[in-house]
Design a protein around this ligand. Structure first.
Ligand SMILES: *[C@@H]1O[C@H](CO)[C@@H](O)[C@H](O)[C@H]1NC(C)=O
Ligand SMILES: *[C@@H]1O[C@H](CO)[C@@H](O)[C@H](O)[C@H]1NC(C)=O
Length: 304
């Protein structure tokens, strides 16, 4: 009898620890850790803290609350699993409100003003990350923790990146996001793979559409783990106007002639018209067509 009770107790203990282990494993889910990751050395790109830095975050992202990859055990946990039946995940809440979903997650709804979700304090008084600032056509690199799901035995399930329209009044619905998926990323693109497969750092890069107008867009990171099982993170990206120099040089002298002609005229005469007058003594049209010739001619003119 004592043996029986002991083995029963052992069994219960074993079952309890197994359940604990399983629950911990179940909770190991990913989220967008950084929206604008920049590599220290672009020739040796790596997603680890040692080899890069983050310049833009998801909404109300608590900086330094936990080490990398551990925000799924924050309070509330960072990862948000969308409801499976709403009637399906395509209709569920796209950005966690901290209440809905299979696993509610932290509040990542749109702030009013948008900037209030950045560079401030969260509910616990912890400093939150800055907003991502970018431009149409620019590349963004997003980082996430593997959370044990980048190992060879796991299927490589995609991460999709979707955008709202510019300056929306509220968050798009999930269906609206699905209508504007701009990139599919490689979940298993991880570096610095240590023994602890939970904390592998992973990420991937994509380009923003070239036709984006300046303003704020909502970006959704959405990772599919199993069919019907999706995790999301939401961030606002501030799209700045294209840099001033490129378009003003492209559109010369019509309306802004008084301001721009001096510089463009002097640079044009010093660069192209000087060789072209000596070699090809003719009009502006020949200077355009002969620009490769004049470029190759000028070193010769200097060396002779
Ligand atoms: C959800 O949306 C995706 C992409 O538009 C589609 O492939 C999938 O069939 C949809 N799922 C359901 C249950 O409607
Ligand atoms: C994967 O990660 C590397 C950095 O390690 C990055 O340069 C690259 O763009 C990512 N994407 C792919 C598809 O390799």
């Amino acid at each position: 009898m004592p043996f029986m009770t002991l083995s029963k107790a052992t069994l219960v203990l074993f079952a309890a620890s197994l359940i604990l282990l399983l629950t911990q494993h179940v909770k190991a889910h990913s989220y967008a850790d950084c929206i604008d990751w920049r590599f220290k050395d672009p020739k040796k790109p790596s997603w680890s803290d040692k080899h890069g830095a983050c310049f833009g975050y998801a909404r109300r992202f608590p900086l330094k609350a936990k080490p990398f990859a551990k925000l799924d055990s924050d309070n509330p946990n960072r990862h948000y699993q969308q409801s499976h039946k709403n009637p399906d995940p395509n209709h569920s809440l796209p950005c966690s409100d901290g209440r809905q979903g299979e696993e509610p997650g932290a509040d990542e709804t749109m702030a009013n003003p948008i900037s209030a979700a950045y560079n401030g304090k969260d509910k616990h008084g912890r400093k939150t990350g800055v907003q991502t600032v970018s431009k149409a056509g620019e590349k963004l690199c997003i980082r996430w923790p593997a959370k044990n799901h980048a190992v060879p035995s796991e299927k490589n399930q995609p991460v999709t990146i979707a955008l709202s329209k510019v300056n929306p009044k509220k968050d798009p619905t999930q269906l609206q996001f699905l209508d504007n998926i701009i990139a599919e990323l490689n979940y298993k693109n991880c570096t610095d793979k240590s023994k602890d497969t939970d904390i592998w750092s992973c990420g991937d890069c994509f380009k923003l559409p070239t036709n984006l107008k300046p303003g704020n867009v909502v970006m959704q990171w959405r990772w599919k783990l199993n069919s019907n099982e999706f995790y999301t993170s939401c961030a606002d990206i501030k799209i700045e106007p294209p840099s001033i120099t490129a378009p003003t040089v492209d559109i010369p002298s019509k309306t802004t002639s008084t301001f721009h002609t001096p510089t463009s005229a002097s640079s044009a005469s010093s660069a192209s018209s000087a060789p072209s007058t000596s070699q090809i003594p003719s009009s502006a049209s020949s200077a355009l067509s002969a620009s490769p010739t004049s470029a190759s001619a000028s070193p010769i003119a200097f060396s002779v």
